[in-house]
Design a protein around this ligand. Structure first.
Ligand SMILES: [Zn+2]
Length: 182
């Protein structure tokens, strides 16, 4: 399963070139062609959604993260998108991450393959990384739930510098010391 370790860690300043920059080999290997094709057509819509919802999270310190998931319901044989924002209205409470809202919503609607999660947000002060990454709790969730395959995408966009990074879930888990059970 070496295909899952393909390097998708390139940075893009313009989402419209994101898919065009993959080599044909990467395109062929990165995920089920049907899902890939469906996702490719949905990317502009997803990007618009996370842009529109980026001011809507409930964060006491204005740490705003919005997310959209693209998922497949294999019973109904249809695709769907699911929005989420982070929720932490006061300081002394647990954070509900935008990714968790997205995953829960997709699962609740019976979608059993999460193909991609796109997030929009600015890294917190002191975090020198260019884009947002999943927190430890989200990494663990991505690792253990079977509805998220290793070749799903995590697409992260930082509105402050307009950088977007696309990674496979397998890659991001591996980079953070997590690995999916086979
Ligand atoms: Zn999280």
């Amino acid at each position: 399963m070496d295909m899952l370790l393909l390097n998708f860690t390139r940075y893009y300043h313009d989402y419209s070139v994101l898919w065009g920059n993959l080599t044909p080999e990467e395109q062929a290997l990165c995920m089920h062609p049907m899902h890939y094709e469906a996702l490719r057509h949905r990317i502009p819509y997803m990007f618009q959604c996370v842009c529109d919802s980026n001011g809507r999270p409930k964060s006491y310190r204005k740490y705003n993260v919005s997310a959209i998931g693209f998922a497949y319901n294999s019973t109904l044989e249809k695709y769907g998108t699911f929005l989420g924002v982070n929720i932490k209205p006061i300081e002394n409470m647990r954070t509900t991450c935008a990714e968790a809202v997205v995953m829960g919503s997709a699962l609740a609607a019976g979608y059993d393959v999460i193909i991609a999660i796109m997030v929009a947000g600015v890294p917190q002060e002191g975090d020198e990384r260019e884009v947002l990454y999943p927190c430890d709790n989200c990494l663990l969730t991505l690792q253990v739930i079977s509805e998220v395959p290793e070749d799903a995408y995590y697409i992260s966009w930082n509105p402050s510098n307009n950088l977007m990074r696309m990674m496979s879930i397998g890659e991001i888990l591996k980079a953070n010391g997590y690995a999916k059970d086979r």
